[in-house]
Design a protein around this ligand. Structure first.
Ligand code: GLC
Length: 431
């Protein structure tokens, strides 16, 4: 049974945080063709295992990752503890296919958690329900396995129950051995591999018995497609605490069957890959990502923005520069993001509006011609200020606006160039 009250309590900090870092890192950083490389290239196990023996990650510095995330204005971070390839970045007693057995020799999960907590961020772990390494996970009959369709990879003799014991055992290890975990980001359900197949109810019970504050995503029963039962009138116990749209921002946010806003988090890559991909230089500009963060918040959602560190453990320079530029904007305007959500006024042509309580934040992407229309109604109790400087913005009308008396206008002055070329924010308080 889904406990709505406990859910609302769990997600309070998360709704306030709005902005997090996703980190996809593992052996796949060595072939450097994304985290699905073994499946996409149908790579045999022994070919992929070569990367295990050369995983040195000599530049791994989770504190540098954490500083970059904090300075970007991110309030939480999620690291892949185990991805679909089955490689564990933590010292699991259930497998030898783990970072502590590579030349790198370290428990990257523990160091990630310590570093990000030290920088004041909340921490989450991504854990793949799929496992292309485990002998009892379906091979030949699976739609994603690297050996799918191969007659020499028959599923005869594979004991899925034994895999579930392994999977549940590792989730227990992550719950018991690494301190307080704020988010468990499971990934992903597909075809018949969903819900009861994973014994998802047991997973949820175990996680919340050991980590009662932890919030879960919806992928014990969904994936990037499908919302799962969180939006229905009878959510399962393992529906999770947020819907996880992937590489898309929902046109109107996400509502449940009763029209109530549901917690959601858009997970987005900076280029087009989650895991490091050397050839993929198509990075989204900081200006675009700031505006997408504003868009998520204006629709009552979060943005989980991904970085894919390389085989040495370094976040790509492009990602660093983008995060530093986002951080410069967040330094001055974070107040219009944190704890904000959907506004009670329509989206304006020139940008978006976020709101917290009775304070609205007008995000002006495109400079207006003449005065800027804020909302319909009376200007009597409104006080407008440039958010970055605190300077007064004149809320007034004149002969140019008198044809539109139902609107409240603000004058942005004579300069047609806005103070911030990404997003100039005006704070409008009701006083
Ligand atoms: C998809 C991909 C996976 C990635 C996840 C991030 O599930 O399969 O590689 O980690 O999206 O949301």
């Amino acid at each position: 049974m889904f406990d709505r009250q406990a859910h609302q309590q769990r997600i309070a900090w998360y709704r306030e945080a709005r902005f997090g870092m996703f980190i996809h890192w593992g052996l796949y950083a060595i072939p450097a063709r994304g985290e699905w490389v073994r499946s996409e290239e149908r790579m045999p196990e022994e070919e992929y295992d070569r990367f295990f023996h050369e995983f040195t990650a000599q530049d791994f510095d989770p504190r540098a990752w954490a500083r970059l995330a904090r300075q970007a204005g991110m309030k939480y971070a999620v690291l892949t503890a185990k991805h679909h390839d089955g490689f564990c970045l933590f010292d699991s007693q259930y497998t030898d296919f783990k970072s502590t057995n590579t030349p790198f020799g370290r428990d990257a999960v523990r160091e990630f958690l310590d570093a990000f907590r030290a920088e004041g961020l909340r921490v989450g772990l991504y854990y793949s329900l799929l496992d292309w390494k485990h002998p009892d996970y379906p091979h030949q009959t699976d739609t994603h396995h690297p050996l799918r369709g191969q007659t020499d990879a028959s599923d005869d003799g594979r004991d899925f129950g034994r895999y579930l014991d392994y999977m549940h055992g590792q989730i227990r290890e992550l719950c018991e051995n690494y301190g307080k975990i704020d988010i468990f980001w499971f990934d992903f359900s597909y075809d018949r591999m969903s819900g009861d197949t994973w014994h998802a109810a047991e997973i949820e019970r175990m996680v919340h018995a050991l980590q009662p504050q932890a919030i879960l995503d919806n992928r014990l029963e969904a994936s990037g497609s499908g919302f799962g039962s969180l939006v229905t009138e009878n959510p399962t116990s393992y529906c999770g605490d947020f819907v996880s749209p992937e590489q898309i921002i929902p046109p109107e946010g996400i509502q449940d069957c009763a029209g109530r806003d549901v917690m959601w988090e858009a997970c987005v890559t900076m280029n087009n890959h989650w895991g490091y991909c050397a050839a993929d230089r198509y990075f989204k500009p900081a200006s675009m990502l700031v505006r997408k963060l504003v868009e998520c918040v204006s629709k009552n959602g979060n943005l989980l923005l991904n970085v894919g560190p390389d085989a040495r453990g370094r976040i790509p320079e492009e990602s660093e520069r983008i995060l530093q530029r986002i951080g410069a904007w967040m330094d001055k305007n974070g107040e219009s993001i944190y704890g904000c959500g959907r506004a009670d006024v329509p989206k304006p042509d020139y940008g978006r509006v976020t709101q917290r309580g009775s304070t609205r934040y007008y995000h002006i992407f495109d400079a207006p011609i003449g005065f800027v229309p804020l909302m319909k109604g009376s200007a009597r109790h409104l006080r407008a200020r440039w958010l970055q400087s605190g300077a007064e913005v004149n809320v007034k009308s004149n002969w140019m606006t008198e044809n539109y008396p139902e609107y409240v206008f603000a004058s942005l002055g004579e300069n047609p160039v806005l103070p911030d070329d990404i997003d100039t924010v005006i704070r409008v308080e009701t006083v």
